[in-house]
Design a protein around this ligand. Structure first.
Ligand code: PGA
Length: 255
């Protein structure tokens, strides 16, 4: 089955509301009607509204970088799925390694967020991946398996078909050290096999598995040509229109 490739930009804690809107307008001009690959931009919460306005009427979709699992309540500093939906977000990054490592998010918490996202018609971009120590110890696949099994507990097969997974080796994030295409494909194929076991063949064939970690125009073509690599979750190279647009076009296969 052929899956349309997806390029998602994770802006992390960068861009004010005005700067985000300016970048989004540049993207709209360059690829706002580009349909050979799907495009999602994930600005910080404070830029969601201005970016939503900037991309309105284009094919570019909006995602958040995190959310709370409850719809509302006494959770100071948190943002809920219905709040994101009200700003026209369609996607949400969940379980990014920075959330797990710097903010103590556990698989149990990520699982609650995944279930809440589906309940609110938000598509999770669920991040998994191993640390350098885990890779060197030969436990990459074990780590990814345990994350996926726990994070997807209670997800139905129908819901799973709308899932997006991002494989992000932690040692490749923001370091300039990209996984080789073979290293990435090995893990992506393993993830597809595991998803087949957990969610059935039909869902597993539809789920897009993105690679993330220092993906750039220079290394994208080789990564994106791998059978089970269905796109990229892009940090650094998503902060500038030129490199992000090049990645979108590499994914679409048409300039
Ligand atoms: P990077 O980040 O492209 O800057 O390595 C990717 C990510 O953390 O999602």
């Amino acid at each position: 089955m052929s899956r349309k490739k997806l390029i998602a930009g994770n802006w992390k804690m960068n861009k004010t509301s005005a700067d985000g809107a300016a970048l989004a307008r540049e993207l709209v001009l360059a690829v706002g009607s580009y349909s050979d690959a799907d495009i999602v931009v994930c600005p910080p919460f404070t830029a969601l509204e201005s970016v939503a306005t900037a991309i309105d009427g284009s094919l570019i979709k909006l995602g958040a970088q995190n959310m709370h699992f409850e719809p509302s309540g006494a959770f100071t500093g948190e943002v809920s799925a219905p709040m994101l939906r009200a700003l026209f977000a369609t996607h949400v990054i969940l379980g990014h390694s920075e959330r797990r490592d710097l903010f103590g998010e556990t698989d149990e918490l990520v699982n609650k967020k995944v279930l809440a996202a589906f309940k609110n018609q938000l598509r999770p971009i669920l991040c998994v991946g191993e640390s350098l120590a885990e890779r060197e110890a030969g436990s990459t696949l074990k780590k990814v398996q345990s994350q996926l099994e726990r994070d997807l507990e209670g997800v139905s097969r129908d819901q799973a078909a709308g899932l997006i997974v991002a494989y992000e080796p932690i040692w490749a994030i923001g370091t300039g050290k990209v996984a080789t295409a073979e290293q990435a494909q090995e893990v992506h194929a393993f993830i597809r096999g595991l998803l087949t076991k957990l969610q059935g063949e039909a869902a597993a064939q539809r789920i897009r598995i993105l690679y993330g970690g220092s993906m750039k125009p220079a290394n994208a073509a080789e990564l994106l040509s791998q059978k089970d690599i269905d796109g990229g979750l892009i940090g650094g190279a998503a902060l500038e229109a030129r490199s992000f647009v090049e990645l979108v076009k590499a994914a679409g296969g048409k300039p």
